[in-house]
Design a protein around this ligand. Structure first.
Ligand code: HEC
Ligand code: HEC
Length: 310
């Protein structure tokens, strides 16, 4: 698939007519590294060939092929990236950008560019940094690396813990859908925070549209339906840990590292992965029906109504 698309979007000699990639005659300091003029010139050439059609001549995400794309191609002039393994909003490391470019962002127009030689990807990445002044003044954020998974061999327990943390402690259902009934959420909140909360969004089993820094509102994914962008099939668990711990830059999705212990971040990764596995199954349908049926039966304890909403 990648190859056909490369042909579609790569600009052949004819398609590139009238555009001349910039040439650099001096090295630049970008994100704390000195990048040579040759690398930037080569990078600009590769960018023109593979990336410019969507990300635009000026890197502003307004290329000729960008019209109507949802999500829109990233505007590199902002210097804000979503899927870097750094606290959300910090500048990414080169290895983040390489992972994203080579792995692609699933369910979007940003495909896996795994056919471009490695050195060329690295050159393109350096050139991309010239679009935003942030790279002149700042260095990448502290790298977030998945630690050893302490739940190995106890994945079932991890899912049980993850379900509780998701609904009762981190309260991911403030933006993403809930996947458990109100009674469970109330009890889990009480167990993990000391105070049960019966403060539920009206659309508890759907996502809540959120503002972003990219000029569009974003819908937090429903893990049992949407495609997760940054998850590569062969690195599922590690990628999930990384994106949950780091958060998603420029969006409402916060950095969870620091607010939750590693063990709970891993438990959440296992739980979210178990939700992804429900996609398209009868079990998913049953889960939704059971949650609604349980909610019809449940009466919030009177004291809970006064409890402070977190
Ligand atoms: C067909 C259109 C298209 C082409 C061609 C394309 N991209 Fe993208 N790119 C996108 C879209 C759409 C997004 C935004 C996805 C999102 O917001 O989840 C994106 C996002 C990105 C991001 C941001 C990742 C993040 O974490 O925020 C980077 C970096 C990137 N592209 C680099 C490249 C490079 C380098 C090339 C050329 C090798 C390229 N893109 C070619 C459409 C494209
Ligand atoms: C304040 C709102 C908010 C909260 C709370 C929140 N998220 Fe998110 N989350 C988002 C948004 C918005 C996105 C999608 C951004 C986009 O479209 O690029 C997202 C994306 C994600 C993704 C998808 C990453 C990908 O690769 O596509 C995962 C996984 C995720 N969140 C897990 C969680 C977990 C687990 C929790 C609780 C620990 C949580 N989120 C809490 C708003 C939130």
């Amino acid at each position: 698939m990648t190859r056909t698309v490369l042909l579609l979007f790569a600009c052949g000699l004819a398609a590139c007519k009238g555009y001349r990639a910039p040439r650099f005659d001096a090295a630049q300091k970008l994100g704390g590294q000195t990048v040579s003029a040759e690398v930037l010139t080569e990078g600009a050439r590769g960018y023109a060939q593979y990336c410019r059609s969507c990300h635009g001549d000026k890197g502003d995400g307004k290329g000729t092929a960008a019209r109507g794309l949802r999500p829109p191609p990233r505007d590199f002039t902002l210097g804000v990236f979503k899927f870097a393994a750094v606290p959300a909003g910090m500048l990414p490391h080169d290895e983040d950008l390489e992972r994203i470019v080579r792995g692609g962002l699933h369910g979007t127009a940003m495909l896996a560019w795994d056919g471009i030689p490695e050195h060329q990807v690295r050159e393109i990445i350096q050139y991309v940094k010239t679009f935003s002044p942030r790279w002149k003044d700042e260095e990448p954020g502290e790298a977030i690396k998945p630690p050893e998974d302490g739940w190995k061999g106890r994945e079932g327990e991890a899912v049980v813990r993850g379900r509780k943390v998701y609904h009762g402690l981190a309260r991911c259902q403030g933006c993403h859908p809930a996947f458990a009934p109100k009674e469970f959420i109330f009890a889990a909140t009480k167990e993990l925070t000391g105070a049960g909360s019966a403060d539920f969004r009206e659309d508890l089993y759907g996502s809540e549209l959120k503002e972003s820094d990219f000029g569009v509102k974003l819908l937090p994914p429903d893990f049992t339906r949407s495609e997760l962008r940054s998850i590569r099939p062969d690195h599922r668990k590690e990628d999930l840990y990384r994106v949950i711990a780091s958060g998603v830059g420029g969006t409402a999705m916060p950095t969870w590292q620091g607010s939750l212990p590693d063990e709970d971040l891993w438990a959440l990764s296992h739980y979210v992965d178990s939700l992804v596995a429900l996609k398209g199954t009868d079990a998913l349908q049953r889960l939704l029906e059971e949650n609604l049926a349980a909610d019809r039966r449940w009466k919030a304890p009177p004291a809970a109504k006064a409890a402070p909403a977190k």
